[in-house]
Design a protein around this ligand. Structure first.
Ligand code: AMP
Ligand code: GLY
Length: 421
């Protein structure tokens, strides 16, 4: 098979690596890819907004199917566009991608289908939002409706914080805002729950917990993700059943009733309280860094599995997982998520090879003149599999210390809830 992967993060390198080891795969292209994918695939530099150019490339290279990694092209409708041009593609259509592209779209589904989630109100202007916010009990959560690269959510401790959030959102910080979402604060522990869906049958695709805050103890600013571990310590058969029956099935049925076509991963961000699940948000793709920590645990031939999913033939597939614990520690550029240096040499990185229980997935890197350089905030993902989380984490940290990149920063406490309990 000839396969194309859209995206350039750690998630896409992990997908690429898993596909690379499949005997069914002849050639992989990453559009645009990163320094890590360059070693095992061919990177093709096409602007992800240019659907026409992507289409022409896929046709010219006789690609069997394309996997869409990130949310932005999904929300903009790349799947509908490619499918209308008779190309086989793994990802939900534009209608279904609103699950991630519009928080209000998702909340309305929750209301119609009685899916457990935080109580919410929608406001259309600053004045009515403020009138409501004045007399509330805090904390409250104020959210921009559309994609905001993880930044459009404000957990507000008091009216003053909520007022600033509302000003920023209606002020256009995340693009033109016609509406704002204000919801109750949910307490509990978060869990990421994944399924693979072929628009007819879904299969559970493991669980994870990520650490979004920049500093140890889950403190400081929100980031794209500083690390993750899988499986989540919270999942058991009883909770799984509740998640499927009260959240996943009503959502999939709703999308289908309304004419959507969902082929791909669905990621439910959940809050678990007293062993009951509440939906915080949906993402219409794999998580990053959850993908990096989950995929190395998968036993199945990944390229074959995705192909079956696109065929609408998941029904007979059994998803098998290694009986191991997996931890991903993210190495960022110092200063991230604020200002950081770019184009810093990462010495000796070319000497590391991935093995069955240890991986370095690249995110913000490029390979130039036989050397790797950093190009972004999240630079590398160190993933280790072991019999317990503590050993897995210490293996990842040893690798980071060995690499000894002077511009790097990482959290030593990834998985602390499951390790240091
Ligand atoms: P979202 O982009 O909606 O996932 O929100 C980002 C993060 O904000 C989530 O992972 C949670 O940690 C937090 N969050 C969002 N909504 C709520 C809520 N209603 N209650 C508590 N925390 C929330
Ligand atoms: N890890 C959070 C996300 O991928 O959105």
């Amino acid at each position: 098979m000839r396969i194309a992967i859209i995206g350039s993060g750690g998630r896409e390198h992990a997908i690429c690596q898993k596909i690379y080891i499949s005997s069914k795969v002849e050639k992989i292209f990453c559009i645009p890819g990163n320094g890590g994918t360059k070693k095992i695939a061919e990177n093709i530099n096409i602007d992800l907004k240019n659907f026409e150019k992507i289409k022409s490339f896929l046709i010219k290279e006789k690609i069997d199917f394309t996997i869409i990694g990130p949310e932005e092209p999904l929300v903009k409708g790349i799947v509908d566009f490619l499918r209308n041009n008779n190309l086989r593609v793994f990802g939900p259509d534009k209608y279904c991608s609103q699950l991630e592209g519009s928080k209000i779209f998702t909340k309305k589904i929750c209301e119609i289908e009685k899916i457990p989630t935080a109580n919410f109100r929608i406001f259309k202007d600053f004045k009515s939002s403020i009138n409501f916010l004045k007399d509330q009990v805090y904390p409250l959560v104020v959210k921009a409706d559309g994609l905001a690269a993880g930044k459009g959510v404000y957990i507000c401790e008091n009216f003053q914080n909520a007022k600033i959030a509302t000003e920023e959102i209606f002020g256009g910080k995340f693009g033109k805002a016609d509406e704002i979402l204000i919801e109750d604060f949910l307490s509990g522990e978060e869990m990421s729950f994944f399924i693979l869906y072929d628009n007819k049958t879904f299969k559970i695709f493991n669980t994870a917990q990520d650490h979004k805050r920049v500093f140890e103890g889950d403190k400081g600013k929100n980031t794209g993700g500083m690390g993750a571990y899988s499986p989540s310590r919270l999942i058991d058969k009883d909770l799984e059943k509740k998640i499927i029956n009260t959240i996943i099935l009503p959502t999939l049925n709703h999308l289908k009733k309304n004419g959507g076509t969902y082929v791909g991963f669905l990621y439910a961000g959940l809050m678990i309280k007293n062993n009951d699940p509440y939906l915080i948000e949906y993402n219409v793709r794999m998580g990053d860094p959850e993908c990096q920590t989950i995929l190395p645990l998968l036993e199945n031939d990944f390229a074959g599995l995705i192909n079956k999913c696109i065929e609408g033939d998941l029904i007979n597939e059994e998803i098998k997982w290694k009986n191991k614990k997996s931890i991903c520690v993210v190495l960022t550029s110092k200063g991230y998520p604020d200002d950081y240096k770019k184009n810093v040499l990462i010495k000796n990185l070319e000497n590391y090879e991935n093995s069955e229980n240890q991986y370095i997935f690249h995110a913000g890197t490029k390979f130039y003149k036989e050397k790797y350089f950093s190009t972004g905030g999240r630079v590398l993902n160190f993933v280790s599999l072991d019999n317990d989380f503590k050993s897995a984490r210490s293996n990842s940290i040893k690798l980071i210390e060995n690499l000894n990149w002077e511009n790097g920063f990482y959290r030593k406490d990834i998985g602390f809830r499951v390790i240091d309990k």
